[in-house]
Design a protein around this ligand. Structure first.
Ligand code: C2O
Ligand code: CU
Ligand code: CU
Length: 459
């Protein structure tokens, strides 16, 4: 708790500096009256729930249009649609034949962020040219969790994601914890992803107008019964952190992070989430009645609301589980593990890791398959430092400590993305169970594209 406060405070200082800089930029651009009208949400916009697909599937990245502002058609991209993509449901122990049929005019790749698969299907180096189809088999060996898929196209990741290419992956296994699991009813996928627009309402990094979007729409309403609901949350932003909270002191418990359940539910009223990170929450709505509205905030802004539209049946029963999973006691001789350092820095505004800019053919690290290592990641604390979410492909890790102190309980489960605010450092215990050439990078997508990424091999 104390640690979280001071992390927030540090971050606020940085945020303050950024706001002042941003202010200066704004003032220097006088004549920019936005010409866009209302967002397309005069009446209540229901939270869109992506269609659920199970089994083998063909993903079709395509171009389309979406109306974010009344009467304005914005060019967007989606998988099998105009924006975002279907939710893919996989079961542990199964294999899936996936095809990627690129109907866009530019090349793309599909990376399964959170899937523990070998690099030949990981989706960084398997480029799909326009009008081509690429087939891959995904072997799902991991436990239940929420993952996501998005492009990882060299120099086009940031644009393709912000234009709309992203979707959920739900992995299930055989353990039955009796959690809410009716998709779209009490088990809800929620991706927070803001977008900037130019004066003509087209998606742009110039951001004359900025919209906070949830599942692709501005300020939606999720309609549910007054029961416990499970929210699967992705921070799908290109480069913004947010602090998630619910109004009216609505009890909200973290039950899972990036790669699976944590040991027991942990109540958290505010959660700082970085791009790439996922959490699953159980939210207790049983004290509310029909008509009640609970606001959901990202930072201090209302991003969406939850409206109770139906009473739960009289015999409804749910009690919060006291245990979710049991982590094996790891009998590890830390002194004998290979340890590696990663230093994230914005030298002269150039995002680097260990002073280097990404080069596709250069192998930064070589790791032994089946091993565990300690990766020590540091974010510098110089003038222009920013937060960096550090993400590693093809592995899962635990955060052993942040700045030498144990991390908060909710962050003690399996992760693939970890937030480092300026000046912070973490030690990660990383397990290498998948084979091939992978990348690690900052999940601020413009940093990644500008070279804050490295290659490692596992054999
Ligand atoms: Cu979310 Cu390298 O990816
Ligand atoms: Cu990834
Ligand atoms: Cu970064």
């Amino acid at each position: 708790m104390i640690e979280s406060k001071s992390r927030k405070k540090n971050f606020l200082v940085v945020a303050g500096v950024l706001i002042i800089l941003f202010g200066i930029i704004l003032i220097s651009k006088v004549n920019t009256k936005p010409i866009l009208g209302n967002t397309n949400s005069t009446s209540v916009t229901k939270l869109p729930i992506p269609p659920l697909v199970e089994g083998d599937y063909t993903l079709i990245p395509q171009s389309g249009e979406t109306e974010f502002f009344e009467g304005v058609k914005t060019k967007t991209r989606g998988y099998n649609g105009n924006l975002l993509g279907p939710t893919l449901k996989f079961k542990q122990g199964n294999s899936y034949e996936m095809a990627i049929k690129n109907e866009m005019e530019e090349e793309t790749t599909v990376h399964w962020h959170g899937l523990l698969v070998d690099s030949d299907v990981d989706g960084v180096f398997q480029v799909v040219q326009p009008n081509k189809t690429y087939n891959k088999t995904l072997d799902i060996t991991q436990a239940a969790s929420t993952a996501w898929y998005h492009p990882h196209t060299m120099h086009k990741t940031a644009s393709q994601v912000i234009e709309g290419l992203a979707g959920f992956i739900i992995i299930e296994d055989d353990t039955n914890l009796n959690l809410p699991s009716e998709y779209g009813v009490n088990d809800i996928p929620i991706v927070f992803q803001s977008k900037g627009f130019d004066r003509n309402g087209q998606i742009s990094l110039n951001r004359e107008r900025f919209l906070s979007l949830v599942n692709g729409v501005n300020n939606p309403t999720l309609e549910v019964k007054n029961e416990w609901v499970r929210l699967r949350i992705i921070n799908g932003n290109n480069d913004e952190l947010f602090q998630l909270s619910f109004d009216k002191n609505t009890p909200s418990y973290v039950i899972a992070t990036d790669n699976g359940f944590i040991e027991k539910p942990i109540r958290e009223d505010e959660l700082l989430l970085a791009p790439g990170e996922r959490v699953e929450l159980l939210v207790d709505l049983t004290e509310y009645k029909v008509g009640d509205i609970i606001k959901v905030y990202t930072d201090k802004e209302k991003a969406m609301e939850i409206k109770i539209t139906e009473n739960v049946s009289n015999n409804y029963k749910f009690s919060l589980p006291t245990e979710l999973v049991k982590f094996e006691e790891e009998n590890i001789d830390y002194k004998n593990l290979v340890q590696r350092d990663f230093y994230l820095s914005m030298r002269g505004m150039r995002p680097t890791i260990d002073g280097r800019t990404y080069r596709e053919e250069y192998i930064n690290e070589r790791v032994k398959l089946g091993s565990k290592e300690i990766w020590t990641v540091r974010n510098d604390s110089m003038m222009m430092s920013t937060p960096h979410p550090f993400h590693v492909h093809g592995v899962t890790f635990k955060i052993l400590d942040r700045n030498g102190k144990a991390v908060e309980s909710w962050e003690q489960g399996y992760k693939d993305t970890v937030l480092l605010l300026p000046g912070e450092s973490v030690n990660l215990l990383v397990s290498f169970e998948n084979e091939g050439k992978f990348v690690y990078h900052c999940h601020f997508l413009d940093h990644e594209e500008d070279g804050m990424m490295g290659n490692f091999t596992v054999y």
